[in-house]
Write a protein that binds this ligand. Structure first.
Ligand SMILES: [Zn+2]
Length: 679
């Protein structure tokens, strides 16, 4: 028995090299603990969680969403954790009327039922719509705008095509969906259709569902079009928590994040007759998709009619929160979360990741039952209403912000996860930490490390900067808390072909993604390893020389952009030199230190911009932010970079001054943390 267990432990984890934050002696003990922890996550249990949590459509605000929250609650309690549901409320509109027609053609606006996939026949599926689209009834000529990003409108202007008063049709892809209607409205369009072109996630990529993993003729991508570049969370309570019977909320008119024009997502089956009817110039080659038509820009001669109404309901949002109290540093929190709400059944998005949270929590529960107690407090969270605009996590961060600013060491996040290579987005100070975590977890397909697989795709090891798209946003961009986003993916298993359609089901996941749940198990192991190193490390495992190098590289790009635009920026390099020096000095002190906690993780708060980003004060992170015109995609040093991109020269200069000051503050915080390390 002992031998078998030892073999199991050996199979789950690698033990190579030093562990950041631990002395050699402490690392040996830590490895034994990690081996026990990583042996717990179980593929069959992950599958059972997915079956249970993705069995019904469970969009936020619905009774089925409450049921999923209660399932998670019961699982966390069964694992021996203290757990509760924290309820908020938010504006969560559901669609009412949806009509789209052109002459004799009426769009179908519904997805087909397939006998192979019982979930596709469920009557409780939410109809296809874009959340926070305006209500409206418009009839106007149609214009094709490619991906609907600002460059596309520049091209249209050069061609003499005016979209004012028109309905535009954009294809999904390139930028986040909410950017498309926003830019359409800025250019004077009266409504926006967004369709999934087969070139981007349909038959051009591979066989379509149910034969293959990709989007079928009438598959539709639902999704939110909240203007998340301003702020995320409930549109009616920016900056404060929206609790039942709580603080006053704004009116719909006062909200800054509702889309001003009607927006509707459609399938390529519905888009084809509309696109085919366009006249005017032929679209340039890089605008053409994979439909068997000649792509034209328009406008069309027959006007298109679009009518949309929504119920604008306020609905409950149920976050599930579980904690294990720290025995030495109870007021230092390590958090790991994933959302539980879906647009549909959501086997991939989000249950593949939510199941991993439950298995990670169970692993800690197993240790807890043996009498083990973590050094720091561990918090597991399953968030609601992520799909509408990261609402559950954001309201929670806003409610607990003063406490989080003091106590949060780091927030780990996952979301949809498939199989293949581990994707990582992270705060720069966690670069070395994450390299070691992925070095020490085994890739289930090859038996090599997760890190080895990552290095086959990209060298050197470099997590992406954090933009938007999942629940880390409130923590990282508003709270100044170190954050990580992780999940496995490969081309087909990433779920792009069924993303936010009713085919994101257990049947799809089983056939086309991580059907054996071995990568789900690896995700739980990556998460467990991350959490337990962060909770147990005698010295909080941040590392600043790589952070300084990452930030300097970003500054190099911004500086070059300024030079290209002939904008003279104030000297930031001197501040970056101070940061380098502080990071090196910290390393020297770290080498002989035994412990160091609070001041080390509080360095991250020094990266916050006191006034926030220009025009969007809710976003306070100076190092990375979601781009105003990319949506999910990150812009590093966004205050300066976006000012340059938008031609705001004076603002770019002012922001560079602010950034230099923030870098000095960061350097000073690192120096202070180094001085407080205990020898
Ligand atoms: Zn998701």
């Amino acid at each position: 028995m002992k031998l078998t267990l030892a073999l199991l432990f050996a199979a789950a984890a690698y033990a190579q090299g030093p562990i950041r934050g631990f002395s050699e002696e402490a690392a040996a003990k830590q490895r034994a603990l990690e081996a026990k922890l990583l042996a717990v996550p179980d593929a069959r249990r992950l599958e059972a969680h997915m079956k249970a949590m993705a069995s019904e459509p469970h969009h936020a605000g619905s009774p089925a969403s409450r049921k999923v929250a209660e399932y998670a609650l019961s699982q966390l309690r069964a694992a021996g954790l203290e757990a509760k549901i924290e309820t908020f409320e938010a504006l969560l509109p559901y669609p009412k009327d949806r009509q789209l027609s052109m002459g004799k053609f009426t769009a179908r606006l519904s997805e087909p039922n397939f006998a192979e996939d019982p979930d596709s026949t469920d009557k409780n599926q939410l109809p296809t719509f874009n959340a926070y689209s305006a209500d409206g009834d418009v009839t106007a000529p149609l214009v094709y705008v490619n991906y609907g990003v600002p460059e596309d409108y520049e091209y249209l202007k050069k061609q003499g095509v005016d979209v004012r008063g028109k309905i535009v049709i954009a294809r999904y892809g390139q930028a986040w969906r909410g950017v498309k209607p926003k830019v359409a409205a800025e250019n004077g369009a009266v409504a926006c259709l967004i369709y999934s072109d087969p070139k981007d996630d349909g038959y051009f990529r591979g066989d379509v569902y149910p034969a293959g993993a990709y989007r079928c003729e009438y598959g539709v991508q639902r999704g939110s079009v909240m203007d998340m570049s301003i702020h995320v969370g409930d549109p009616l309570s920016p900056g404060f928590a929206s609790e039942p019977g709580g603080a006053k909320r704004m009116t719909l008119k006062e909200s800054k994040t509702l889309m001003p024009i009607p927006v509707l997502p459609i399938s390529y089956g519905d888009a084809k007759p509309l696109l085919e009817a366009l006249s005017g110039p032929t679209a340039p080659e890089n605008w053409r998709g994979a439909l068997p038509i000649t792509y034209k820009i328009g406008p069309g001669t027959t006007p298109v009619k679009l009518k949309l109404t929504h119920d604008w309901g306020t609905r409950p949002v149920h976050n599930v929160i579980a904690t294990i109290r720290g025995s030495v540093y109870p007021d230092e929190w390590v958090l790991y979360g994933n959302h539980h709400d879906a647009w549909v059944n959501g086997a991939n998005d989000p249950i593949s990741g939510a199941a991993a949270v439950l298995e990670t929590a169970r692993a800690f529960g197993e240790l807890y039952k043996t009498g083990w107690r973590p050094q720091r407090t561990i918090v597991f969270a399953l968030w609601d209403a992520e799909e509408y605009g990261l609402i559950g996590s954001t309201e929670w961060v806003e409610k607990h912000l003063p406490e989080l600013k003091e106590k949060a060491v780091a927030y780990f996040n996952s979301d949809s996860s498939g199989k293949g290579v581990l994707g990582l987005g992270a705060t720069p100070a966690l670069n070395l930490f994450l390299e070691q975590v992925s070095r020490d977890v085994k890739d289930p397909a090859t038996g090599e490390s997760v890190l080895a697989q990552m290095l086959k795709v990209q060298k050197p090891f470099q997590p992406r900067p954090l933009g938007s798209g999942s629940d880390y946003v409130g923590f990282v961009h508003h709270g100044g808390i170190a954050g990580v986003n992780f999940g496995f993916s490969s081309a087909a298993s990433s779920g792009g072909g069924v993303y936010h359609s009713i085919f994101d089901s257990f049947a799809w996941y089983k056939r086309f993604s991580d059907g054996e749940f071995v990568y789900g198990k690896a995700l739980a192991q990556v998460a467990a390893m991350s959490v337990v190193r962060m909770s147990e490390a005698p010295i909080v495992p941040f590392e600043f020389t790589r952070a300084a190098a990452t930030i300097r590289k970003s500054w190099g790009e911004v500086d070059k952009l300024a030079a290209d635009k002939n904008v003279g920026l104030p000297n930031v390099t001197a501040s970056l030199d101070k940061l380098d020096a502080a990071a090196k000095e910290f390393e020297a002190q770290y080498a002989s230190a035994k412990s160091g906690t609070r001041e080390v993780y509080l360095t991250e708060r020094a990266l916050l911009l006191p006034e926030g980003l220009p025009g969007r004060p809710w976003y306070k992170n100076s190092v990375s932010a979601p781009g105003q015109y990319t949506g999910y995609g990150a812009k590093t040093i966004a205050g300066v970079r976006e000012s340059l991109e938008l031609g705001q020269r004076a603002q770019a200069v002012a922001q560079a001054k602010v950034f230099a000051q923030v870098m000095e503050n960061y350097a000073a915080a690192i120096t202070a943390a180094g001085a407080k390390l205990k020898r």
